[in-house]
Design a protein around this ligand. Structure first.
Ligand code: TRP
Ligand code: SF4
Length: 325
């Protein structure tokens, strides 16, 4: 069985973009693969080191989101990164052999610093972000890493670090492959990419009332000023949602939009209900988990124990190869 690993940063509650872009893919991979999925709280510190007040709750909310979206400890090892300190130790070993220019040329490095100008990201830890990610992946000797396109440079660097380690010492680390999640980027309620930083998200834990409100103010085809104006579904965010969440309705919606047989208000009302129905099982699962916090604690504790067993074995091999053990 191929070993799959992926992680997600605890930046707050997961939204529909995370669900269709990553988590649903993880849920599917649980079938037929040995899976490790974790909440990357160390990585969150690389940008949020100065504001950790929300960290604990964010980790908890993401854990609830992951489980209610269908990850299950029966099929996957689900854990929190900082519960497995072996990640940090392997990161240290990798930091010794990773040339600085490799890190400086990672495209996300400069772009993220630009994007988050208000933060001081001139830190050692931020530059080393991809080294930690390489440790996350290689400590489980993962074969497949499901990620979005933006993460491909990190995967490439992971392979380079594995090669360098194997060359300098002994072959310990297989080179992982990416499993690209090809999915149309889900627009947020304002039509831009759905992202926490744009405040245009629909959280998977949003209540039906909140979903109705957010979908109600979602932008549509700007050319449709009057009810009788013909629409262009291809430029309308609401239509993108139909294509993702209710494929069987998309053709009819597009036709009725183009002929103005359908108005935007009714169209979005239908969409809101579709999303509410789509998320109903997720909401039911969340309610159960919120009722009994011990379930969540147990899942993460058990996940950390299983992850540590696998991680400790690899770390020992790495230390032996170097001559530390
Ligand atoms: N960098 C990833 C992101 O921001 C999160 C992550 C951390 C990750 N470690 C990982 C993803 C290991 C895959 C494998 O999305
Ligand atoms: Fe978008 Fe629907 Fe309005 Fe057409 S009718 S522009 S698809 S919201």
């Amino acid at each position: 069985m191929k070993r799959v690993l992926s992680g997600i940063q605890p930046t707050g509650r997961l939204h529909l973009g995370n669900l269709i872009g990553a988590v649903e893919n993880w849920v599917n991979l649980q079938q037929g693969h040995e899976c490790y999925f974790f909440i990357a709280d160390y990585h969150a510190l690389s940008t949020a080191y100065a504001e950790t007040g929300d960290l604990k709750d964010n980790v908890k909310q993401v854990a609830i989101d992951l489980l209610s979206a269908g990850l299950t400890p029966e099929k996957a090892v689900i854990f929190k990164q900082s519960d497995v300190p072996e990640h940090a130790e392997l990161h240290l070993l990798f930091s010794m052999i990773t040339p600085l220019p490799w890190l400086e040329r990672v495209p996300t490095y400069k772009s993220k610093i630009e994007e988050l100008k208000e933060k001081d990201l001139g830190t050692y830890g931020f530059l080393g972000y991809p080294v930690l990610q390489a440790a996350d992946i290689l400590i489980y000797r993962a074969d497949l890493v499901p990620v979005g396109e933006d993460q491909l440079p990190h995967l490439e660097l992971t392979r380079e670090i594995a090669r360098r380690f194997n060359y300098l010492y002994q072959p310990v680390f297989p080179e992982p492959k990416s499993a690209l999640t090809r999915f149309p980027v889900l627009p947020g309620t304002d039509g831009r990419k759905m992202s926490k930083s744009y405040q245009n998200t629909i959280a998977i834990s949003d209540s039906p009332e909140v979903i109705r409100k957010k979908v109600g103010i979602m932008v549509t085809d700007p050319a449709r000023v009057k009810r009788g104006d013909a629409g262009h579904p291809e430029v309308c965010p609401a239509y993108q949602y139909y294509k993702v969440f209710a494929k069987e309705r998309a053709d009819i919606v597009a036709k009725e939009c183009r002929t103005a047989a359908r108005g935007c208000v009714a169209c979005k009302k239908e969409l809101a209900q579709l999303l509410i129905d789509y998320l109903a099982p997720v909401h039911r699962a969340r309610k159960e988990l919120e009722k009994d916090h011990k379930i969540l604690d147990r899942v993460l504790q058990d996940g950390a124990e299983r992850a540590r067993r696998a991680a400790a074995a690899t770390l020992l091999d790495a230390k032996r190869a170097i001559g530390l053990s």
